[in-house]
Structure formats: structure tokens, C-alpha cells
Design a binder for this molecule. Structure first.
Ligand code: HEM
Length: 466
């Protein structure tokens, strides 16, 4: 009898716990409501507005109207946009497991599905460590002379032309530095083949994904296949030589998982294309903005810092050292302020893997979630007079989670040290040896796909001794 009572009690406790849990697990979702905001037209939503307006205007108008969290429709997807440091941290850091990276399928195919930024979990962690290792200060300090040679040769070639499209030239520079960090000294034949085919992929990447003969997208799909063949050739040669290089390719080739398995050639190729993709337009857009900011505020150029280094290096006849690149505090603050002002990555995309509640609002499973870096970087609560270009604001560190030009959390940029190093080196040579003029209209923004000054900032550059 006592035994039966125990069973009945156990059954009732289990039933009650089940009902209680069911009520309380479901209840927040029932109670939570969608964030405020307008969804726009069903397919295009507010995409046109976003890509035709000054990005500062689009986001700040919305945030003023609805607050730090609002819903909208971008590229056919319902989205929730989040414009506060706490919300960005929630999505990218503390609750990152509830949100996965998300990219259109056509873009994933073009870059290669094994590239790290499409992944989460063990595979992502493994690949991330490899990329981070090859871009760490210890690894990149040896690249200073080579990056310097690339920068000097780029600047000299611009000076030989009447007008250059600054953004296009910066893309060539960041591509060459990307190739250097991935392969070290690469045979000229391979470098030219990679450059030629990658630029076809680059043109198709942002075009309409119609795989029909003659379209930019179709050409890009074919060029992407050729890139795989070229990379296979490079990988094969490297394996034959059995060299233990410390560049990214070396790290990818030497990596073994816990079962002792190497990465496949396709995984290596996708990650190489992925890194080139992540490194090129980002760095080039920031450099283009830096040239504009330096041009707009001539006094910045007159900083004694770069001149002193130039003189120490026997008026530029001796190479820059790693130590010198680590001791350019004023130029470094100009870079930070340019990253803030331009906020070229205005936001990033994640997708909710389950229904999530944030501050009483429901973010439904499958909706895109966009932490808005630009809003945070332009919020006067965190950056006084945010529209003013003022490097001195970085004499004091920004409040935690308010400055995220390289993202935050598990997917934050592993290439940020390399990006800053190549920018510092290029600026040193630019401001000590060259003068330049922006040609034509100096206002307006275009998306390439990141915001850059209109027409890529046409400029004429000339050496001081010309
Ligand atoms: C100024 C230049 C750069 C900026 C502003 C920038 C910005 C960013 C941002 C914001 C993210 C995070 C995206 C997200 O959370 O969705 C990111 C990720 C990434 N960046 Fe950069 N980046 C720059 C240069 C570079 C360079 C030079 C490299 C390579 C050497 C690189 C490689 C990557 C990779 C591989 C990822 C994906 C990381 C992951 O998913 O774990 N980036 N970058």
C-alpha cells in the first residue's frame, strides 16, 4: 500500500512539474510581442531605402522613432535590428549560441561552403585559431619589410598616373597584402592567375545570382572553379616541398583534428578565398576613407609623429621597423577614429536558431538579427559630437562594447592586427613622401558593397620630390 502511494505521489509530482514547466517555458513566448517598426513592402521591404540613403540617416531615423530595437524587412527577410551595446553583446557574445551566422546561399557557394565564417562549433573554432595564429602580432611582425615594399610600389605607381580611383587602387594593395599573409612569397605566375580570376569572382559576387551564360554571376562561378584548380596546384607544390611555413597556407596544411585528420584541399581552398574576401574590400574601404579624412583636415597631416620617424630612418632611406609601427600613437588614433566615423561594416547578420526573448520582445526563430555597429559608433551618449572627426577622443578608451569596428565575440575579426599594420605602413609612406588632391565632388557615398566616398574618391597623387 505504502509502495503504491509513493508511485502515485511520484506520478503526480512528475505531471505537475511537466505542466508547470510547459506553462513557464511557453509563457514568455506568448507574452512577448514583436518589436515595434515597419516592415515596408513584402519583398523589397526597406532594402531600397537602406541602400539609397546615407546609412547614418536610415538607422538613426529608425532608432529615434522606435528605440534601440525595431523590426523591418531587408532583402526579403524579416529582421530585428538592435542598436544598443547591450543588445549587440547579447547577440554576439553572451547568447551567441542562439544566433547563427547567415549568408545568402549564392554567396556561400561563391566563396566556398567550408569557409570559417559560415560555421559554428568545433570546426569554426579550429579554423579560427589557424587564421588568428597566422595574423597574430608574432606572425605578422616579419611581414613589415614586404608590406612596406608593396605599399611603396603601389604609391609610386599611382604617382605615375594622372588620376586614380583611390578605392580601386586600395583594393589592389589589400589584395597583395592578403596574398602575402596567406602564401608568403608566391610565384608570380600563381599570383597573377589568382588576381585575374579573383577579380572576376569579385565582380560576380554582388551581381544578381542568375547562372546564365554571359552574366557576371555565371562568369564568377566559372572563375571560382578555376581558382580551385590554381589553389590545388599551389597546395600540391607545397606538399611536395614539405616546407614548414608559418603563413596561413602552412598553418592550414599542418593542422590536424583530434582524430589526426588533416583538412581537405577543398576546405583549405574555401578558407583561402574566404580570407581574401574578408580582407580585401574592408581594408580598402577604410583606407579610402582615411585618405578622405586626411585630405579634409590638412592639419592632421602635419602631425610631427610620421615626420620624426621619416627623419630617424635617414629621410626614408632605411626601412620601417616593427617597433616603429607599434609606436605611432597619433596615427593609430586617426585609424580608430576613421573606423568609427566610416563604420564600413554598419551591421552584421545573424539568424535566431530558436524563439528568443530580449527585453520583453520576441525575436522569432528564423528571423535575421542585425546588431547595428554604426548606430552605436554614432550615438552621442558614447561619442560626444559623433559627426566630428576627432582622433583625440581615443586618448581615453571607449566604454566597453561601444566600439566594435572588428565585431565582437566568437566571430570577431581575426585579421584586425594585420589590417591595422598595413594601414599604418601605407599612411607612413603616403604622408611623408606624397601629396594628393581629391578630384571633383568630395561628398556623397556609394556602396561597393561597403560605403565608400562617391566614385571611389578620384585623386591625383604626386611625390614631394616630383
Ligand atoms: C579594416 C579592415 C577590416 C575590418 C573593418 C573588418 C571587420 C570585420 C568584422 C566586423 C567581422 C565580424 C563579422 C561578423 O561578426 O559577422 C570580421 C570577421 C572576419 N574578418 Fe575582418 N575586417 C577587416 C580586415 C580583415 C583582414 C585583413 C582579414 C584577414 C587577414 C580579415 C578576416 C576576417 C575573417 C576570416 C572573419 C570571420 C571570422 C569568423 O567568422 O570567425 N578581416 N571582420
Amino acid at each position: 500500500m505504502g509502495g503504491i502511494l509513493v508511485y502515485v505521489l511520484l506520478f503526480l509530482t512528475t505531471l505537475l512539474s511537466y505542466l508547470f514547466l510547459r506553462k513557464h517555458i511557453r509563457e514568455p513566448q506568448k507574452r512577448a510581442k514583436l518589436p515595434p517598426g515597419s516592415m515596408g513592402w513584402p519583398y523589397m521591404g526597406q532594402t531600397l531605402q537602406l541602400y539609397s540613403q546615407d546609412p547614418n540617416v536610415f538607422f538613426s531615423t529608425k532608432q529615434k522613432r522606435y528605440g534601440e530595437i525595431f523590426k523591418t524587412h531587408i532583402l526579403g527577410c524579416p529582421c530585428v535590428m538592435l542598436g544598443s551595446p547591450e543588445a549587440a553583446r547579447f547577440v554576439l557574445v553572451t547568447q551567441a549560441h542562439l544566433f547563427k551566422p547567415t549568408y545568402p546561399k549564392s554567396k556561400e557557394k561563391m566563396i566556398g561552403p567550408s569557409a570559417l565564417f559560415f560555421h559554428q562549433g568545433d570546426y569554426h573554432t579550429r579554423l579560427r585559431k589557424l587564421v588568428q595564429g597566422s595574423c597574430s602580432p608574432t606572425a605578422i611582425r616579419n611581414l613589415v619589410p614586404d608590406i612596406e615594399a608593396i605599399a611603396v610600389s603601389a604609391l609610386e605607381s599611382w604617382a605615375g598616373q594622372h588620376v586614380v580611383n583611390t578605392f580601386h587602387e586600395m583594393k589592389k594593395f589589400s589584395f597583395d597584402v592578403g596574398i602575402l599573409s596567406i602564401f608568403g612569397h608566391l610565384d608570380t605566375y600563381y599570383r597573377e592567375e589568382l588576381k585575374k580570376n579573383y577579380s572576376i569572382v569579385d565582380k560576380g559576387y554582388n551581381s544578381f545570382p542568375a547562372n546564365l551564360p554571359g552574366t557576371a554571376y555565371h562568369n564568377a562561378v566559372l572563375a571560382r572553379k578555376r581558382l580551385n584548380d590554381i589553389l590545388s596546384g599551389i597546395i600540391c607544390e607545397r606538399k611536395e616541398k614539405r616546407l614548414l611555413e608559418k603563413d596561413l597556407l602552412g598553418c592550414l596544411l599542418n593542422s590536424k583534428d583530434e582524430k589526426g585528420q588533416n583538412l581537405t584541399d577543398d576546405q583549405i581552398a574555401d578558407n583561402i578565398i574566404g580570407v581574401l574576401f574578408a580582407a580585401q574590400d574592408t581594408t580598402a574601404s577604410v583606407l579610402t576613407w582615411i585618405l578622405k579624412y586626411l585630405h579634409d583636415d590638412q592639419e592632421l597631416l602635419e602631425s610631427a609623429e610620421q615626420k620624426a620617424i621619416y627623419e630617424t630612418n635617414n629621410i626614408g632611406n632605411q626601412p620601417l621597423t616593427w617597433a616603429q609601427t607599434r609606436n605611432m600613437p597619433f596615427t593609430y588614433r586617426v585609424i580608430l577614429e576613421s573606423l568609427r566615423m566610416a563604420s564600413i561594416i554598419s551591421f552584421t547578420f545573424r539568424e535566431a536558431v530558436t524563439d528568443v526573448e530580449y527585453k520583453g520582445y520576441l525575436i522569432p526563430k528564423g528571423w535575421k538579427v542585425l546588431p547595428l555597429f554604426r548606430n552605436i559608433h554614432h550615438n552621442p551618449d558614447f561619442f560626444t559630437d559623433p559627426q566630428d572627426f576627432d582622433p583625440s577622443r581615443f586618448e581615453v578608451s571607449p566604454k566597453p562594447n561601444t566600439f566594435m569596428p572588428f565585431g565582437n565575440g566568437v566571430h570577431a575579426c581575426p585579421g584586425n592586427e594585420l589590417a591595422k599594420l598595413e594601414i599604418l605602413i601605407l599612411i607612413h609612406h603616403l604622408v611623408t613622401k606624397f601629396k594628393w588632391e581629391v578630384v571633383g565632388s568630395q561628398s556623397g557615398i556609394q556602396y561597393s558593397p561597403f560605403p565608400v566616398p562617391q566614385h571611389g574618391l578620384p585623386a591625383s597623387i604626386e611625390g614631394y620630390d616630383a
